[in-house]
Design a protein around this ligand. Sequence first.
Ligand code: BF8
Length: 629
Amino acid sequence: MSLMNPKVIHEKVEERTIDELAKKTIEHCLKEGIETVWDRSEMQEPQCKWCSTGLSCSRCTMGPCRIIPERNRVRGVCGADADLIVARNLLDMLTTGAAAHSDHGREIAETLLLVGKGESSGYTIKDTEKLFAIAEEYNIPTDRAAIEVAHDLALAFLDEFGTIKGELELCRRAPDATYAIWEEAGILPRGIDREIVEAMHRVHMGVGAHYANMLLHGLRTALGDGWGGSMIGTEVSDILFGTPTPVESMMNLGVIKEDQVNITLHGHNPMLSEMIVEAAESEVMQALAKKNGATGINLIGLCCTGNELLMRRGIPMAGNHFNQELVIATGALDAMIVDYQCIFPSLPRTASCFHTKIISTSQKAKIPGSYYVEFSPENATEAAETIVMTAVENFKNRIPERIFIPGKPVAVTAGFSVEAITKALGGTLQPLVDAIASGKIRGAVGIVGCNNPKIKHDYGHVTLAKELIKHDILCVETGCAAVASGKAGLLTPDACFLAGDGLKGICKAVGIPPVLHMGSCVDCSRILVLLAALANTLGVGIHQLPVAGAAPEWYSQKAVSIGAYFVASGVYTVLGPMPNISGSPAVIDLLTNGLEGVVNAKFAVEPDPLKAAELIITHIEEKRKALGI
Ligand code: BF8
């Protein structure tokens, strides 16, 4: 129990989040002395100024080094100057993100291969139409059984990781003008893994020595993620688990049910979570839940796994990145099942305050203090049953007086794949293009990314989205940005009353929300496909479209890769938190000016979402003018 002054608690709550149920739960945590991400962030203050400006390097044992000009330390021991150290750190960060997305994509493609070989446990092909359509893109014969096509398509996808053809097949999806820009700039990815490996090579001491040369390779690595690893992750997930269509569900911490076994699915790869759903829905598990005193099993999504399940199954979500500890603090969570990425390593510590079991499942991401059930496509059904059973049997260990469910959930509509958007528009994107051309919709913005204690939780996402739709700009969202909008009530057709008259009219006519949930972070590749389709309909490059990207609360390496492939694809992108690059004016200038001359797009940094909206609106109007619309 905390002795913190109630006034201090109130101030902390108000400065930490705009999510109303999170506020109540943070207050509960502060009173109970349950540590959260915000507490740890405060404990880290003041953060190292060399690290936060990118001016420290600890890559080799001649160092660590810091650049401190006032003490005449202008180069590291190896001779690297501030520009190189900053660029090396940034390339490392971006490459980590590209690797994370792409490794996820590879695992899904390997699962498709097992399905093609008839060796997987419980997986099938749910979207044969998509399987055949993509197979045709790869010139794979489709006049045979789906399973045979799946086998060959899986091999073609896996080939993209280490191809020796010199280019990725999926990059051909880009408009000709965009593809030509990549060729001209020398940033066409030659293979997903190849660019990641080369980036790490360039980061080694004595290889990359020119900051701009290093960072241009970063764009190539990121393109291999967006148009490669992530796109494969999305496409194969659709083939195996179904292409999302609009679906209604609920969101926020209020989705927890007191009388049911609550199981949260947290992480990223739908391979695991889809099998958990199958297991939880089985009669055996439902009966076991009842035998243990529950009325049923309540599956709840978090972060990108949550987005995947919401999009395809309508499973409710407890929230985004910064809701992961709070959902444990409800005291009613019987198990949290995790795979990888964005999972706080301290979760077992949080769970130790309650009866909650954290169950890790990936040999890549074992977590001290968690239970471990190894999960693979070969043992999927069996592992999923073991996990669900563990959760169900934990129900009886709850401490009723510690249960704290902070309120009721809000309604959301999700599931806007490109296919679903096209269908909603009557089978073609032409009505959207016409609405943009007529000015009813001024443009579109992809709002993506995370939560970060440097920005009030959800404030950046929600404020930006509200401001943009007010100015008749359609928002398409993924990841934790989409979840922030969901909790704030923006993901329902009713939210169109917040939009300007033009966007409101279109949304009402089509029956869609003004903010479209397009999925998880790998599903930023859906945004690329949408942009390519819009640009092809207009006969222009992506860089000519009245569109922009934004990551108002980003924190992760994956978000750096996403931002970089947006910009490399021609999309002006505004970041909320400043990357750790302010120690190099040359790197800042390259990213916020110089790239315009290379890929016709650039970054901006603006933590204030209202000012970010101004930047984006100005950019969109300039693009409209250039197109003559
Ligand atoms: O991949 S938006 S906090 S959960 S990194 Fe992570 Fe960021 Fe959320 Fe999904 Ni994406």
